[in-house]
Design a protein around this ligand. Structure first.
Ligand code: GDP
Ligand code: MG
Length: 219
């Protein structure tokens, strides 16, 4: 069963105070408005319209939670960087994202969606700053890669990898296209790896040093 199939909508929140109590590992999706985040989520989930693909960028200002089969949650963060949004509203939802990325303990990893033709904007870097220091993984999807030639796409991939290399191996980057459905397996493999408890890869727990295995929730 692919990682994201049969995701079910659970709750939308507009303020940090509305966050539900943690009830499973969370994987957040963030990206500039119009970068292709909703399309990427829908491509991964295999629904046509699980996350609303908007003709009007910047409309979604909520954090939407979707429950996956495994019990983990896919968390769709509001798109950022849409110029036509009043400053006050923009600050409000950047505050919502910042608070979530910095403080949410059940957040195990961030999927950052960037338009491969305009990667690593100042706000993308801001998202990385808010989260990377936690040591938890970030996976970058350079989407709309179908709009680039093979050579140009390869060059962008290399450039972004090089730019993020100082952050360490927990930051990974790949090309993606929702239109061509390319990059889906790679994304599922990376994100799926976050959900595998430390020490169980390869099934050999005997080699895991004492204390390296996470305690079960509530223990
Ligand atoms: N060619 C192409 N267009 C895409 C791709 N992903 C999204 N789009 C288009 O880009 C626009 C914004 O997509 P959307 O998913 O709503 O972006 P969001 O604002 O980040 O959620 C829409 O017109 C999509 O059809 C892709 O991989 N390739
Ligand atoms: Mg969207």
């Amino acid at each position: 069963m692919p990682l994201f199939r049969n995701a079910q909508f659970e709750i939308s929140i507009a303020k940090p105070s509305g966050l539900p109590p943690p009830s499973g590992p969370e994987i957040a999706f963030a990206g500039r408005s119009n970068a292709g985040k909703s399309s990427a989520i829908n491509t991964l989930v295999g629904h046509v319209r699980l996350a609303f693909v908007s003709k009007t960028p910047g409309r979604t200002q909520l954090i939407n939670f979707f429950r996956l089969n495994s019990g983990a949650l896919l968390v769709d963060l509001p798109g950022y960087g849409y110029a036509a949004v009043p400053e006050k509203i923009r600050r409000q939802w950047q505050g919502l994202i910042e608070s979530y990325l910095k403080h949410r303990e059940s957040l195990i990893g961030l999927v950052l969606i960037m338009d491969s033709r305009r990667p690593l904007t100042a706000l993308d870097r801001q998202m990385i700053d808010w989260f990377a220091h936690s040591g938890r993984p970030i996976h970058v999807l350079l989407t709309k890669s179908d709009k680039l030639s093979r050579g140009a796409a390869a060059a962008v991939l290399q450039e972004v990898r090089r730019a993020l290399q100082p952050l360490g191996p927990q930051v990974t980057v790949q090309l993606f296209s929702s239109l061509k459905k390319s990059g889906v397996e790679e994304a599922e493999a990376v994100i799926g790896g976050w959900l595998v408890p430390a020490g169980t890869v390869g099934g050999d727990l005997a080699d895991t040093p004492a204390g390296a295995v996470d305690a079960p929730p509530g223990a």
